[in-house]
Each structure stands twice: as C-alpha cells, then as structure tokens.
Design a protein around this ligand. Structure first.
Ligand code: GLA
Length: 344
C-alpha cells in the first residue's frame, strides 16, 4: 500500500498499457528483429518487451566470424545470443554463404592465384562446421545461402566468387554441410525481391532443383525489404502461395516498409506527411492480415530493425536520410502502424 500518497513509479509500458507486439502474435508466429550490440544497448528494453526472436544484423556473417583463416571471433555474436537467452527469445542464424561480407582469403590460393574448387569447398565446410556446431541447440534455423540468384537477364545464378570457384553445386554443398553440422537446425534459402514475378520464379526454380536433388532445405526466407506502396498485396500473396507449394515453411526474414518508393531518393523530408503515415498504417495492417491468414506456412516474421532511430535504410544507397520504416518511432513509441497490426 502507498501510505505516503506519493505517485508510484511504474515502467512506461505499464502506465500507458502498450501491449507487447510478440504477445499479440502468440497464436501465429514469433516476431523478430535484427540487432547489433549497440542497438541492444540503446533499445534493449523495447526489444525485450516486443520481440521474441533475434537475428544478428551483421555479427554472424562470414567476415565477422572468421576475418582471417582459422581465426574465429565470436564475442559479439555470443553477446547477442546471451541477450536472446536472457529474455527467452529464439535466434535465427544469418548467414553462412553469401557473396557479400565474405573475406577475400576464402577465394585466394597460393601466389596470388585463385583457390581451387577443393580448397574453397574445404574452407566452406570448416566455416559451416565451426559456426553451426558452436551454436547448435541455440540457433534454431540458418539462412544457409543468401542472395544466390542473378537479378539481371541471363543465367539463373548470380556470378559470384562462390560460383566461379566451386561451380553451381556450391549451394547444395552448403546445405549438406549445414545439415551435417546440426541435423536439427532448419535450413533456409534467403533472398530479396522475392515477390517480383521474374525473381520469384527464379527462386522457385533454384529451390525446386535443390529439393529434386535431395538437398536438406526446409524453408525459404522472404527478405521483404518492401515499402509503403510496393509490392502489391496480390504479388506478395502469389509469392507466398508459390513458395508454399514446394511444401516448405516460409520465414519473413528482413521486413521493413520505408516511406519512399524504391526510386524515390529524396533526402529533404524532415517528417513524413499525414498521407504517408496513413499509407504505412494501412499497408502494415493489410500485410499482417495476409501473414495471419498464412500462419500455417509462415513460421517467423522478422523486422530488419526495431525502431525508426536505427535502420540501415537511412544510410542506403549512401547518403544519410530518414525513412521511418518500423512500427516504433525515434522515441521508441508505437506508431499508428503498430496499433493497426495488433488491434485485431
Ligand atoms: C541483405 C542482407 C542483410 C543486410 C541487408 C542490408 O538483405 O541479407 O544481411 O545486409 O541486405 O542491411
């Protein structure tokens, strides 16, 4: 009892009764966010309350975990995992094989020559074994191969150093190595522009060919770097249906809905217009309604950020600007789009 009649200090969440985002989706799918150690410092209480799945934004990528051959640096990834465990969250692993953020040494042989296929495959296996075994039982799924499709006309696969040095079966090998290292981990192929029909069909073709060859693949990651206008709901639905027809589970792995269309590079906006705020509210509502209706196949929805004050989009494609893509604003308060996804 408060006998002194002084106001009792309560955490902000209690005072204004903001429901927890992930609790609102308890009957559907976990709600994740991508993080780094700085974000856990600045935004940890918001993240602990509203999200129940974490992905390392960068700190499980090859260049972070094995910057030099045989030198593994797990400190930052470990600290993120420790946060997840402390708060009873699950952890997605991102990412084992990618053309970006992978050190040059992986592809270098002796005397400045390119490494042989066998050498690159042996390095891939060592990396996957070491990383996946370390996090066995803690990381429940892995984006095994990220963005291997060619976006342009022509061949199916992106011309990457992986493709050049190993050949087309590098993707299958990566899945096999990951499965050997942790037979219980769910293994994903992850890519962007997944709802755009040409890219979608290429992803479908790649994943189907992996399944036909018996590769241990369990899911497709739809990155969902969308915006408040595009892609259309119909295209998103078609992508979900098409990928689900392969009998795999789907994770939404990197979702964000910035206020600008892809070709709108404005930098002078200091606040979104009323129309933009309303459009974002509506889009988030429609998209989450759609996700809910596919809860049997969508088994994780992860945002590529936690609140508007930190998002990679503000620095992409180069110069700083504000894009307001998340459900929480710069002060970590819920935005209209937050209420539109949870008020059901
Ligand atoms: C891709 C990668 C992510 C991240 C984003 C941009 O989508 O999969 O790891 O690098 O680009 O931040």
């Amino acid at each position: 009892m408060n006998i002194n009649k002084e106001p009792v200090q309560q955490p902000a969440e209690c005072l204004n009764e903001i429901p927890s985002l992930h609790n609102a989706f308890a009957g559907y799918f976990p709600i994740g966010t991508a993080v780094n150690p700085d974000v856990l410092q600045s935004t940890g209480s918001l993240i602990a309350r509203h999200y129940n799945s974490l992905t390392c934004e960068n700190h499980m990528k090859p260049e972070e975990l094995q910057p030099e051959e045989g030198i593994f640096t797990f400190d930052k990834a470990d600290s993120i995992l420790a946060f997840a465990k402390r708060h009873g969250m699950r952890m997605r692993g991102h990412t084992l094989v990618w053309h970006n953020q992978t050190p040059d040494w992986v592809f270098q042989g002796r005397d400045g020559n390119p490494a042989s296929r066998e050498q690159v495959l042996a390095r891939m296996k060592t990396h996957i074994d070491t990383v996946v075994c370390r996090y066995r039982g803690d990381v429940y799924c892995w984006d095994v191969v990220n963005e291997a499709i060619n976006d342009k006309e022509g061949e199916l696969l992106r011309r990457s150093r992986w493709l050049e040095s190993v050949g087309e079966d590098y993707i299958q090998k990566a899945f096999e190595f990951a499965h050997e290292a942790d037979p219980n981990a769910l293994l994903f192929y992850n890519d962007y522009h997944e709802s755009e029909p040409v890219k979608r069909e290429r992803m479908y073709t790649l994943v189907k060919s992996l399944l036909d060859r018996g590769a241990p693949i369990h899911g497709i990651g739809l990155q969902a770097h969308w915006n408040i206008y595009d892609p259309s709901l119909d295209l998103i639905k078609e992508a979900i249906e098409r990928f689900a027809s392969l009998g795999l589970q789907l994770h939404i792995t990197e979702m964000d809905l910035p206020m600008f269309k892809e070709d709108d590079k404005r930098r002078d906006l200091t606040a979104p217009s009323k129309e933009m705020v309303e459009q974002q509210r509506l889009r988030y509502e429609q998209i989450f309604d759609l996700f809910r209706s596919y809860k049997d196949v969508i088994t994780n929805v992860t945002f590529w950020g936690a609140a508007d004050d930190y998002t990679w989009l503000d620095y992409f494609p180069g110069k700083e600007r504000t894009t307001w893509p998340m459900l929480f604003n710069h002060q970590h308060e819920p935005k209209p789009c937050f209420w539109s996804v949870i008020n059901k």
